[in-house]
Ligand binder design. Sequence first.
Ligand code: NG1
Length: 562
Amino acid sequence: MGAVGSKQHARVPKVSKLSDVYDDNENSVATRYDTLVSAFKTQFEGEKPKTIARSPGRVNLIGEHIDYEGYSVLPMAIGLDVIVAVSVALKEEGNVEEDEAEATLSIANVDGEKYTPKEFPFDHEQEVDVKSHHWTNYVLCGFKGIFDQLKKQNKLESVLESAFMKRVKKVMVMVDGKVPLGSGLSSSSALNCAVTVALMDAFELSFTKGELSELTCLSERYSGTQSGGMDQAISIMGEKDLAKRIDFNPIGAMDVPLPTNLTFLIGNSCAVSKKAESAHKHYNLRVVECRLAAILMAKHYGEDIEKAKTRVTLREVADLYCNKGDLWTALGAVRKALNEGSYTKKQLENDEGLGDLRKIFDCENNEAFNVVLQKNDTFKLRDRARHVFSEARRVHEFQKICEGQSPRYAVSGPIYEHWCKVIGLEPDVGVASDDPTKDFGHPMYGMGKEDALAKLMHLSHESCKTQYECSCDELDELVDAFMSAGALGARLTGAGWGGCVVAVCESDIAEEILADVKKSFYEKRFQSGVANIADETNLLFKTAPSAGAAILHYDDEKGVIV
Ligand code: NG1
């Protein structure tokens, strides 16, 4: 069920005022758009953009690595975004030479030295070259996703046969991105979403926000990661002043108002998370481990092995067998169904009776999973499943506290551990319950809202670090730097293995904390050259919930947008 308050049926807004979207100084934003437009005209020999769209990066406050397991997450859109200008040149009617020429998709970036331009055929069936890791791969993802969506809606043929599409000679795309790459702030999805929205508008199509969220989630998989849907959904559906609980199957976004006395801070660990390149040993491996855990849990509940092998997510299995998805029950089941430590491929295939793993993951047709199975022989299932179920609880908890419910829930501590022993459940990092009968006076009971939210963030980081193993030394050091500087809580955000930390603090000491973290974490990195002082404001900054995707009114006469 989509959440109450969801905006998935709405369309991406067409705005004519920069202040509808940006909080920053309007002049500097207008200058950025002017630069985009002049870069467009220079690159494409005087052509003018037909459409301009933007889509933001995001910071995930809580709910890491659970979107692809079907569980809700709690991110907010940030002010840093990707802006894209698009135009479509049409073939002249009756011009035989033009009629026969192959249509093209030409992509360029305002920073053309760093992000080199590339031209592709105007062909939605072309494959994305995942081995090249070129930035334009994400533009191709967006382009292909539009046609996939039309196919899903049974409109592909009629659109391809339309007079407009048949006359396409060249699609021109100019990009400018402000979301730092590999930082866990979802630069890839911001690019994919901005391109998708701009192309949709330029092709005179209209999808709802829900459709766009779903199609961009699927299309980003062409880049080689088996991504969940969080980043695309919040980039499309984000709103000023509101965090969102993003639900999946179907997609929905529910407003979550954050306490006004708190400020969220972002720090970049300066360890670049090369998501696509390392997917086989990080992101995609975790997707595979969670699926194997789901299969063994289904088997534990007595499912026929062939049926169990069709299970895809942990949520699917918990909903069926764990007291209608009760996360406590699911955590108890994890302990019984899954061995501690790692399973080898041989153990899974022979002892557990799963047979050829390559078949389960359809490796003939799925290169991403094929590489995971080629390059890994051990799979940790219990720890991964524990993280997923406990993190799903923390999201629920975080939302309830934001909505004003008092934080009286169990998280950890000696009484909790004792109770775990009594019911035969292994103590988990940061599990919480909203069942009063399971409320046994652990440390969150009676805590203030602010401390409780911070505690949940802290526990989330611990779980990511120890059970999901997606942190790294730099992220841990930065979390510690924020905490020593006086933050209430801090955790890695996004996929991890590098990228950013999000911290929360009382608003009145935010500046002090930033100054302190600059000293303790960044100064040595500026000196050693790991970080560039010129990037300071993009490495460490305050953030607030920002607007989601938008189409911007562009008037060539008056300059860009007024
Ligand atoms: P990053 O790598 O931070 O954009 C990725 C996934 C999300 C989610 C998080 C972990 C993509 C596009 N995004 O985010 O869906 O699974 O990791 O919570 O792969």
